[in-house]
Design a protein around this ligand. Structure first.
Ligand SMILES: [Zn+2]
Length: 259
């Protein structure tokens, strides 16, 4: 699979900062089709070493970034590895569930995100790249006939628009800095349930990006505050923006207040 969406963010050398894929997508759509301002200055958002190319697609949010040379990543960069399949992701989930490690897994992803935001504020490179592959939460080992193979869990930044049709085929680690709001409803059978609304910032406005069915779990959140959020699941193939939790497990969603 060459045409994928593994580069959810890119490092823009000219401005020395990390930007979401959506920035270049919108730029080519509304400002300059040949993206002269960005061309040749985009690098892997994780290691900042591999140079990226951008391919524009007209329909369905399918534009993507890819590395010119997959061998040009830092040895510890997770983005040089192939995405885990749906089956492999479920396998990892089951193992974590059995060993009660889901909470710590989600926590380490949140820590990585918080660190990334602090680093980009201070313009530091050092901690942006993961220390080692062995401790990186996204890296998994899958069994093959000839031993093991390193893969990475596919992730999706909530700031980027979804391609509902394509993205509903995979399981992702959805992540990002968001605002949260809860709506409580009552079903026809008199059951009280909650829907979590996930909002992202676009052009200085907060817009709805995703919803998650929370069953009877009530999230205590402040709609005016920002949170780092991580959730494991897939996009519903019918309902726009609806994230279906992995195995309908309410414990695969975590968030922490951002400063
Ligand atoms: Zn890289």
């Amino acid at each position: 699979m060459t045409e994928n969406n593994k580069f959810q963010e890119f490092y823009f050398k000219t401005e020395d900062r990390l930007l979401p894929l959506q920035v270049i997508v919108d730029y080519t759509k509304y400002r300059d089709k040949s993206f002269t301002y960005y061309r040749g200055e985009m690098y892997c958002g994780e290691c900042r070493e591999a140079k990226l190319n951008f391919t524009q697609r007209n329909s369905g949010n399918s534009s993507y970034l890819n590395a010119y040379d997959n061998n040009s990543h830092d040895p510890n960069c997770t983005l040089k590895y192939d995405d885990a399949t749906k089956k492999e992701f479920i396998g990892v989930y089951k193992e974590m569930k059995d060993s009660k490690k889901i909470e710590s897994f989600l926590h380490s992803i949140l820590v990585q995100e918080i660190k990334k935001h602090i680093d980009s504020k201070n313009n530091e490179k050092s901690t942006l790249s993961p220390s080692t592959l062995a401790t990186n939460p996204y890296i998994i080992k899958t069994k093959t006939n000839s031993g093991t193979r390193t893969k990475r869990l596919p992730r999706k930044l909530l700031t980027n628009e979804f391609n509902q049709q394509r993205d509903s085929d995979s399981i992702y680690v959805f992540y990002g800095k968001v605002r949260l709001e809860v709506k409580t409803k009552i079903s026809k059978k008199d059951f009280t349930y909650h829907i979590l609304f996930i909002k992202v910032k676009k052009d200085e406005k907060w817009i709805n990006r995703a919803t998650v069915y929370r069953h009877n779990k009530l999230d205590i959140v402040d709609p005016e505050k920002e949170y780092h959020l991580v959730v494991l699941g897939s996009l519903d193939s019918k309902y726009k923006g609806q994230i279906n939790l992995l195995k309908k497990d309410q414990s695969v969603l975590e968030y922490i207040e951002a400063n």
